[in-house]
Every structure is written in C-alpha cells, then in structure tokens.
Ligand binder design. Sequence first.
Ligand SMILES: Cc1ncc(COP(=O)(O)O)c(C=O)c1O
Length: 434
Amino acid sequence: MQRIPFYRPSVGQDEIDEVVATLKGGWLTTGPKTKQFESEFGAYIRQRHSVAVNSCTAALHLALEAIGVQRDEGVLVPTMTFAATAEVVRYFGARPVLVDCRQDDFNLDVADAERRIAVEHAAGRRVVAIMPVHYGGQIGDVDGVRRLATRHGLKVIEDAAHCCPAYCWDDGMASAEGLGIDNSSVGATARVGTGRTDSFAPPPAESGDGVRPGGWRSVGADADISCYSFYANKTITTGEGGMACTNHDAYADRMRIMSLHGISRDAWKRFTAEGSWYYEIIAPGFKYNLTDIASAIGIHQVRKADRLHRMRMALAAQYQARLADLEEILLPTARPDRVHSWHLFPIRLRPEKARIERVELIAELQRRGIGTSVHWLPLHMHPYYRETYGYKPEDYPIAAGLYPGLVTLPLYPDMGEDAVDRVCSNLKELVGGG
Ligand SMILES: Cc1ncc(COP(=O)(O)O)c(C=O)c1O
C-alpha cells in the first residue's frame, strides 16, 4: 500500500530545467534569477517591493529590524503559531506579548490583544508592533488588527508563511464568488455573492496596492511588511526560502541591505561586469540572501501558484464533503469573505464523541501509512516561554482548549482524490468505528 505522506512538494520539469540551466550558467548565488523571482512574486502578491531571503524566519527578523524594534519593547504575537514568529522578537531582547486566538479560525483575537496591551501599559511597558499569523492560509481579522494598530501606534508585520495566495473581502458584502471561487463546498456558512462566474485570475499588475477589482485584497495589503515561507511543505516552495514584501520604500531598502551583511546597495552585484569592487558596510547585517539555484525553482512555482491553489481548494472541498457527517470531529471553518490558501487542513477531534484519543489516532494513521501533523502546541505551553514568562496553560484558554484535539490531515496538490478518500475512510473507521 502506498504511503500518503503529510506533504509532498509539487516540483516539475520546469523547475528542474531552470535549476540545471542555472548550474550551467555559472551564477549560483543571489543574482538575476533572484531578481526575477522577487519581481514575479511581488507582482503576484501585489506588493511594490519583495526581498528574497533564505527563510521566512529571516524575513520576519529583517522586518522587525527594519521597523526598529528595541530591547525590552513588546511585540504582540499569537500563542497559536510556529516557533519562528516569537523567536525573532527574542533576537532583539524584545518581549513577545502572547495573544490568544479565536475559536473558529484559530487566528489572533484582536479583543484579547487589546487586553494584553492594557496589561503591558499598566506595568509601564511599551508595545510597538503586532505580528498576525494567518493560520493555515486563511487571513485573520486584518481590519481589526489595523484599527488596533492605529489606536496604539503599532507597526503590523504579517506572518503570511501559509498564504501564497490568500485574499480577503473588504467589507463582507460579497463572497468568494467574485473570484470565480466557490467557497460553499469548503465550509462557508453565508454567501452574499456578486454572482460572477468568471474563472480565477490574478488582478492586473498595475493596481500595485494589493486590492483586487471587486474589493478583494491580497494577503499583505494591510501590513507594513508581510513575510512568506517557501519551506518544502509550503504552498509554493524553493526547498528553503522566504520573502519579505512591503509597499514602503524605506523598509525595503533597509531589509535589502541588512539581508546581505549591511553592505550598501546591490552588494550582490560586486562580482558582476557592471558592479564595483568598492562597497561600504553601513550596519552589522545578516547573511540571509537567497541563492539563484533556489530562485530558479521559485520562478516556476510562483507561475504555477494559481493552479496549485485550485488543486488545494478542490482537495479541501473533497475533505469537507466526505467528512461533513462525521460528528466525532470538527472541520476547519472557511469564511465566505476569505479565499483560503488551504496550506493546512486541521480537524479537531471531539473527545466526548470520538472513541480514540488524539495521540493514538495519529499513531494508528501513521501505522496505516498516513502522515499527519499538529499545528501547534501553543507557544505559551512550550518550556522556554512557560519558564521565561511564567505562563500557565489557562492564561490562553482558547488556544489551550483547542490544542488537545488538533490534527492536521495531509493536503498537497498532487495528492489525488483517491488518497483523500483513503484518509477519510481510515479516519471514519478510527474515530467512529464505522
Ligand atoms: C506560521 C509560520 N511562520 C514562520 C515559519 C517559518 O518559515 P521558514 O521555515 O521558511 O523560516 C513557519 C514555518 O513553518 C510557519 O508555519
């Protein structure tokens, strides 16, 4: 029986040919392919500037550096996230102020963020930024975050690691139908659509502000800086890689310089024909640049991003349809005013109904050749954050309550319908005995 891994990247002949051409071309590190990847990715995500780096973690680090985070300052970070979002705050000796999540989409709860700011202010501590994470690829409460940021003078750094692509509707007046996407089959509850049935197509490149015709905003449109991951399991991949995107010239300049040793502009060109041997170090930067070998993969991945996205949406819809009547689990919520990337398909086991515990379920699926994962043990329950900041599980009741039931099912474009069916039938048998 063939194993169904948790993920498998969709890399084809185009990527292979481009990597081979790059290797033969003799320019392996940051160069023309990376410039091309930056420009194509920026056009796709609707951001004026894109800085390619070797991970999303590096992008997040550069973003915080660019906005000038200082030691002991507070940065709001959801507790329901991966290690990277908070660790980069610690790189500055700054303080990750953890925030609880919402029950429905597991995204940052703005009301809780407001309460955490009040606690920080009462203790005489400054809070300077917020880092929303769009869990699994569904954009969170970006309007609420923007209002909060305006009230408190915060910079917004979006951790959009899961979101290539993802969209949100401006005012809740329409559904995903405006993009030719039918969200109804993937769990949307209310639809007030524009009724357009044209096929899914990116907005014109010249709009440049992240706003799609009809009011759809691309991920990152509400952020000062947004950061993307091209790790092997992400919606598009370069093996390892990331991108920091912004519409602000000054942030882009700073991130570009700091991504390559703090060397003055276009450091990568110093070995090219038009480059100069002379350079100046203006700050102690980092070594975060992306290689042309990786960018050769990225160029083709971004060109395929819409197709890969449609495949993910179809498989997510199939999961939703097959599992809709399984009362032992809760399915992920897909909001009608969002276009989900479907990077992740997290279900929740209902302990009062299921006849198997989560740990056993994961182990048994593994024995049956089905890979799963858990996103995530909330940060405040990890030893480092628990011990450093004295957090108790109940300090973040929603995240702590969600965690014991979370299981992420495999979902990747080339998975195929038969594999989804196999996951569903095994799941049904194990949780319900049926
Ligand atoms: C929410 C989130 N942020 C950041 C990262 C870090 O991405 P990278 O591995 O590209 O540094 C991940 C990786 O899985 C993630 O899930």
